[in-house]
Design a protein. Sequence first.
Length: 75
Amino acid sequence: MSVDIEAPPEKVWSYLVEPDKTIQWHTMLEKFEYTSEETGPGSTFYWEENVRGKDGGCDREPSSQARGSFIISSV
């Protein structure tokens, strides 16, 4: 999935990397926290989201959760 946002990176970046702001637009996100001390490129974070409906052709229960850990990298 990709989304084009017509705004300069400095206006949208905080909404992608600051947990409180990310939860505002990512409506299924229930938890987003950094697992490293740093929050820039190379940092790691953990998330949990409430998954509803179908995903990849597989039905999920309404209360299904997805969890993951990621590393933020610069482009």
